[in-house]
Design a protein around this ligand. Structure first.
Ligand code: HEC
Ligand code: HEC
Ligand code: HEC
Ligand code: HEC
Ligand code: HEC
Ligand code: HEC
Ligand code: HEC
Ligand code: HEC
Ligand code: HEC
Length: 256
């Protein structure tokens, strides 16, 4: 261990030892509100191209990047640490946050509507800034659940999705995706339920989960039960919408 450190230190000092022969550890930087950054010696020491001829140890290990010292992005913008090269000339610019800061897609499990997908990358294009959300709106760890009512008051996604900074919360299906549903009925013809048509008239909450769950494996409903006001019959009663009991209207739903 001690010997290895001496060899490595010597290598940094003189830079003549062939770099690839050394197996130097990856370094993981942990930041408070911008996740983790993994720096790989191995991939950097291999970069010998027109943009960056012969990366030597001293190209990084110098006064602009002292070991054990923490640098801020602002300092990097002024040429310190990674910013010695990641300036858009020698290597990709610091504006490409997510190449260094590891982020992933986040899935919120919502019982009433099915999953909501949040894509970090889609949120980084306009303004590459982690601090727009972290840690004021969201911690990078676990967060308490937020209701739509709280979002309407500006919490969580609602801080931006208010029709000004980004599309409004009333565009439910842009966050809670829906698809067309087919009920297989061999004898009378399949029935297609169109979320698209119905959500132009109703909000998710008017059907879910009062009339329908979002779990398709739940019980089947008969036409008799519909006539008594269940399932589609809660609206298709001849008043709110065409009736499930009218013979001439069967084929508005059942397609042979
Ligand atoms: C492209 C930049 C870069 C180059 C080139 C580079 N290093 Fe590093 N090195 C780093 C960074 C970043 C760290 C982490 C610094 C810190 O901990 O603050 C590091 C850390 C180290 C460490 C400490 C590792 C540990 O586990 O804590 C050693 C030893 C080291 N480098 C040796 C070398 C040697 C030898 C070379 C030349 C063969 C070299 N480095 C070339 C960027 C570089
Ligand atoms: C070339 C790689 C790289 C890129 C690109 C990069 N960062 Fe960093 N960032 C780091 C490293 C490494 C650290 C930790 C530095 C340390 O601790 O010495 C860090 C630290 C931070 C920190 C904590 C320190 C501080 O400045 O407050 C924040 C916040 C941050 N980055 C945000 C961003 C944002 C936002 C972007 C895009 C605009 C970005 N970073 C682009 C490598 C990068
Ligand atoms: C001596 C110049 C130099 C320094 C300093 C440097 N890099 Fe790089 N880095 C490069 C070059 C050159 C490439 C490859 C060219 C490109 O992708 O633009 C690269 C590529 C990368 C990549 C993408 C390749 C991969 O490993 O997946 C990451 C991530 C990265 N650097 C992170 C960092 C971080 C974090 C730091 C600071 C701790 C840093 N770099 C400091 C020159 C440097
Ligand atoms: C538009 C808002 C927004 C921006 C900007 C944003 N994040 Fe996030 N981030 C989130 C949300 C939402 C979560 C999930 C929170 C939850 O699970 O409750 C999250 C979670 C995380 C997590 C923890 C989840 C995991 O992957 O383990 C990390 C790490 C993270 N973000 C890093 C970043 C970094 C780095 C940046 C900048 C490059 C960034 N975020 C920019 C909204 C954002
Ligand atoms: C810091 C502001 C901000 C916050 C917070 C935020 N967004 Fe966004 N979001 C935007 C902007 C800006 C756009 C792009 C403009 C637009 O489409 O209106 C966008 C676009 C989107 C898109 C369409 C792009 C895509 O991913 O396909 C979805 C979906 C989305 N946001 C979901 C969410 C969810 C879910 C949350 C909460 C977990 C959230 N956003 C929080 C600003 C934000
Ligand atoms: C910008 C994205 C976005 C939009 C637009 C959106 N939601 Fe949500 N919704 C979410 C996220 C994310 C959660 C999960 C939040 C959590 O668990 O912290 C959620 C949770 C919910 C919940 C469970 C929590 C609660 O409030 O009962 C319901 C129900 C819901 N949404 C319905 C709707 C309806 C109806 C609309 C349209 C009026 C809508 N959502 C619009 C992102 C969105
Ligand atoms: C007019 C009533 C109605 C409205 C409004 C409605 N849904 Fe549905 N939804 C249904 C029906 C019917 C099903 C199928 C349920 C079943 O078979 O038990 C369904 C099923 C689902 C499923 C499960 C899909 C599958 O294949 O498993 C999801 C997810 C869903 N709805 C989300 C939503 C969201 C999000 C909204 C609002 C944007 C919404 N729904 C609005 C009637 C509605
Ligand atoms: C508003 C749409 C709608 C209308 C109108 C409708 N149905 Fe249906 N029907 C359905 C759906 C949806 C199912 C499957 C329900 C399930 O699987 O939970 C179904 C199931 C059935 C079934 C199998 C279940 C059972 O009750 O035996 C028969 C038979 C049937 N319909 C006949 C008819 C006839 C005959 C008419 C016209 C008098 C009619 N339906 C009108 C939507 C409709
Ligand atoms: C919350 C009330 C409501 C529920 C529940 C509902 N519908 Fe509808 N539906 C309507 C209204 C309102 C219309 C438009 C008025 C009309 O056509 O009479 C409509 C129109 C339709 C149409 C014609 C437009 C189109 O999408 O092709 C079909 C087919 C249909 N519904 C099928 C169904 C089926 C199948 C179910 C049950 C799985 C169902 N609906 C449940 C209210 C509802």
């Amino acid at each position: 261990m001690k010997l290895r450190r001496i060899v490595l230190t010597a290598a940094i000092m003189c830079c003549t030892i062939p770099a690839v022969a050394l197996d130097i550890n990856d370094k993981t930087f942990t930041t408070e509100n911008a996740g983790k950054v993994v720096f790989s010696h191995a991939t950097h020491l291999k970069k010998k191209n027109a943009r960056s001829p012969n990366i030597s140890c001293k190209a990084c290990h110098n006064d602009a990047m002292k070991k054990g010292v923490h640098y801020t992005m602002a300092q990097m913008e002024h040429g310190k640490s990674c910013g010695q090269c990641h300036n858009g000339t020698k290597a990709f610019a610091l504006a490409k946050c997510t190449v260094c800061h590891k982020v992933r897609n986040i899935t919120f499990k919502v019982k009433e509507t099915g999953p909501v997908l949040f894509k970090h990358t889609a949120h980084m294009q306009k303004k590459g800034d982690c601090s727009a959300c972290h840690n004021t709106l969201f911690k990078t760890g676990s967060n308490p659940r937020v209701s739509m009512a709280d979002m309407e008051k500006g919490k969580s996604c609602g801080a931006c999705h208010n029709g000004k900074k980004a599309f409004t919360l009333s565009d439910c299906s842009r966050c809670h995706p829906t698809k067309e549903i087919t009920f297989i009925e061999k004898d009378t013809g399949n029935v297609t339920f169109s979320h698209k048509n119905h959500t132009s008239l109703y909000r998710c909450g008017e059907c879910h989960t009062l009339i329908f769950t979002t779990d398709r494996s739940k019980t089947k409903v008969s036409m008799k039960e519909m006539e008594a006001g269940k399932s589609c019959g809660s609206c298709h009663d001849g008043k709110t919408a065409f009736s499930v009991a009218t013979d001439k209207d069967c084929d508005k739903c059942h397609k042979m």
